[in-house]
Ligand binder design. Structure first.
Ligand SMILES: Cc1ncc(COP(=O)(O)O)c(C=O)c1O
Length: 400
């Protein structure tokens, strides 16, 4: 029998009978996708674009990781694995967390997820009830707002500017607290500012969380990308593991953004539900990918040291370029983003500033307002690209 090709968008149903779930309105589509499409359009027109709008490591995945994937395939490691993760990987992650993050836990306190985004999704679903307030610093990584909302939570933004550079930040947190506050999300090093929470600031947050029985979601996606200061894991502070869900990813540390693998460390209270969430959403991360991740995490622990210096060189070049061009640009201690204040040079409206910069310099960036109202007047640019592209960007800024 021959099938008649269907006309795309030929609606045969009655939209009054079939209906999209109400919860669909709770999730947005990242504005960053809008910018990516704009860049693709320009490139399709033959225009040169200096792409600083992204958020990926600049170097490819290491050969040792790619080889491990090939070996896993050759050994037919292609079947269902335990949905929480293969035992070898869980054990390697346990050892890594003990040695590097100073978090002592059992392999049963760990679950492998399909990247950090999936880990965060599960963490919010496991800890937030409808009507619960979730506190986080703003500007913030955009999907967080949607994930809070999708879990039924209410976002409580604390302006990062109110705590930046201060040791004791407890009074600021207290001033934003109501009795409905249930969770605090912390992301250090942070996207989009590249800022780092110091040990003292984390201790303030920990004391605040303990005093008000809060759960903490610690997003440590950029744990290895620290140039000044130290990365401290929230769950390593005394008494904090029992109330903290820590979300990690292989994406940034191991240049594995496309592999989609991460993990969550959480106390037993949350673990069983996290397992059910992973089972019912993805039923485990692809088995060969887990073997590749095992090779990444058991590889030379100093493998990142050289790369950190490469990032530092790039950071210093781009920050210097902005300052020379008259922008107010702090030096980010971590991650791979600069977040200059562009108000004096390009005006207050960051969408318009993004367009102006693109027109005049070919530099693609992300408007700061995408990361919350507290990001308005800023642009986010990544220095995770080649030195050549950054040098071109700095030249273009000089001529702005
Ligand atoms: C702050 C932050 N957390 C988590 C993630 C999740 O990364 P992935 O889903 O690639 O693991 C990202 C990615 O950009 C991020 O910036």
């Amino acid at each position: 029998m021959r099938c008649t090709p269907r006309v795309p968008h030929d609606l045969t149903y009655n939209p009054r009978v079939l209906k999209l779930a109400d919860r669909a309105s709770l999730l947005g589509f990242s504005d960053i996708v809008r910018i990516r499409n704009r860049v693709l359009d320009l490139r399709a027109q033959g225009r040169k674009v200096l792409q600083l709008e992204g958020g990926e490591p600049f170097m490819p995945t290491a050969d040792v990781v790619k080889d491990a994937m090939r070996d896993a395939l050759a050994a037919n490691q292609t079947r269902y694995a335990p949905s929480s993760g293969i035992p070898q990987l869980l054990e390697a992650l346990r050892a890594k967390l003990a040695a590097k993050n100073h978090i002592e836990l059992a392999t049963g306190d760990l679950i492998v997820t399909s990247g950090g985004a999936h880990g965060l999704f599960c963490a919010f679903q496991a800890s937030v009830d409808p009507g619960d307030e979730v506190m986080f610093f703003s500007p913030y990584w955009t999907p967080i707002r949607d994930q809070v909302r999708f879990a039924g939570g209410v976002a409580v933004r604390v302006p990062w500017d109110d705590v930046r550079g201060r040791d004791d930040i407890r009074d600021v947190l207290e001033s934003h607290r109501t009795d409905r506050l249930r969770v605090i999300y912390v992301n250090s090093p942070a996207n989009p500012t590249g800022d780092l929470l110091t040990r003292t600031q984390l201790e303030s947050i920990a004391a605040f969380a303990k005093a008000h029985d809060l759960t903490v979601i610690a997003d440590e996606a950029y744990e290895d990308l620290v140039y000044d200061g130290e990365h401290v894991s929230m769950a390593s502070l005394p008494g904090m593991f029992e109330r903290t869900l820590t979300v990690f990813t292989f994406s940034k540390s191991f240049s594995m953004t496309g592999w989609r693998i991460g993990y969550v460390a959480a106390p037993p209270l949350f673990m069983e539900f996290l397992r059910k969430l992973v089972l019912n959403s993805v039923n485990g991360v692809s088995t060969p990918t887990q073997f590749a991740a095992l090779a990444a995490v058991t590889d030379d622990p100093h493998a990142f040291d050289g790369l950190r210096e490469e990032y530092r060189r790039r950071r210093d070049l781009l920050v210097g370029g902005f300052r020379n061009a008259g922008f107010d640009c702090l030096t980010p201690p971590g991650a791979f983003y600069t977040f200059p204040d562009v108000r004096a040079c390009l005006g207050n409206d960051s969408w318009r500033a993004m367009e102006t910069l693109l027109e005049r310099t070919s530099i693609a960036s992300v408007p700061g307002v995408v990361f919350g109202p507290e990001g308005e007047g800023h642009l986010r640019m990544s220095f995770s690209t080649s030195m050549e592209v950054l040098e071109e960007a700095v030249d273009a800024l000089r001529a702005l």
